[in-house]
Ligand binder design. Structure first.
Ligand SMILES: NC(=O)c1ccc[n+]([C@@H]2O[C@H](COP(=O)([O-])OP(=O)(O)OC[C@H]3O[C@@H](n4cnc5c(N)ncnc54)[C@H](O)[C@@H]3O)[C@@H](O)[C@H]2O)c1
Length: 271
């Protein structure tokens, strides 16, 4: 059911790889809520062709390839998007994460630093690059809303999350820093949403993911938040109902972040 929360708004959605992606679900919700959107992903991800299905479901939304670490690609993306919309942009979803050390099975204490730089570039500095491109091109409307996705390993240790914990800390810091400057300059707001473990391609890449997601489920009074729940929350952050929220890390995790222990976990420990 649509509430037309994004009627008349325009946005760019990064990171829809397949139907499980949080970005995929968010794109569908944004379309349902009346927004016009442009879809983007790394050229290598677009070659899989899945995104064309999403484009069709979103009123033939244009698909524009961009490696999020490449400033020329980002400039081209914003230029073409503004041309398509005939004006500036109201929201951006940064739903991107990739760890080379995790992918290649390197332990945190034996990190390969070249891979680590690439991980930080793709997963964190890329948010700076997106915001900087928009800033330089004056591409965002006043009260525009930028959301990036993060995980609580930025605040607390989850060993198998590896170097992504550091990348997410950096991502959250860029959110605060750029959020400050963009707020002052143009009333643009920037926030991260810290999501429950979710079965997606990126999520399932974390070692011991099954244990991870089951533990979080037991440790959350409401249970884990699904990808659909996350998409709904992102829509509210893009809407005018949350205009004064900026520079925040917003936990969307069924209460996990503030729970010390639950009865379910105690019972498990007593076995
Ligand atoms: N799944 C979870 O458990 C979980 C929990 C909290 C936060 N998150 C975060 O949510 C976001 C989305 O991940 P997801 O779980 O939907 O997985 P996903 O694998 O569907 O999405 C990750 C996306 O990043 C894109 N990407 C990778 N390198 C890129 C590059 N160089 N340029 C452009 N795009 C690139 C991929 O193509 C893919 O579309 C990530 O930031 C992830 O860390 C996920």
């Amino acid at each position: 059911m649509s509430n037309n929360l994004l009627k008349g708004k325009t946005g760019i959605i990064f990171g829809a790889l397949d139907e499980k992606s949080i970005a995929w679900k968010t794109a569908l919700k944004c379309h349902e809520e009346g927004a016009r959107i442009v879809l983007t992903n790394a050229p290598v991800a677009l070659r899989m062709g899945e995104i064309n299905k999403l484009s069709e479901a979103c009123g033939n939304a244009p698909v524009i390839g961009a490696d999020v670490t490449n400033m020329d690609d980002l400039k081209n993306l914003f230029e073409k998007s503004m041309e398509h919309f005939g004006g500036k942009i109201d929201f951006v979803l940064h739903s991107i994460g990739m760890s080379l050390n995790v992918r290649k099975g390197k332990h945190y204490t034996e990190m390969n630093y070249e891979w680590n730089q690439k991980t930080n570039d793709i997963s964190a500095t890329s948010l700076h690059k997106v915001l900087r491109t928009a800033w330089d091109m004056d591409a965002l409307n006043e009260w525009a809303s930028v959301v990036a996705l993060t995980y609580i390993a930025a605040q607390r240790v989850f060993p198998d999350y590896n170097e992504m914990a550091d990348a997410k800390s950096l991502l959250e810091s860029i959110t605060r820093m750029f959020g400050y400057y963009y707020g002052v300059k143009n009333k643009v707001r920037v926030n991260t949403i810290s999501q429950s473990p979710t079965r997606t391609t990126a999520g399932s890449g974390v070692k011991g993911f099954d244990g991870f997601i089951n533990y979080a489920e037991k440790m959350s009074p409401l249970g884990n938040a699904s990808g659909e729940d996350c998409a709904n929350y992102i829509v509210t952050m893009f809407s005018d109902l949350t205009r004064m929220v900026t520079m925040q890390n917003l936990f969307h995790d069924g209460g996990f972040s503030f729970t010390g222990v639950t009865q379910a976990v105690i019972e498990q420990m007593e076995k």
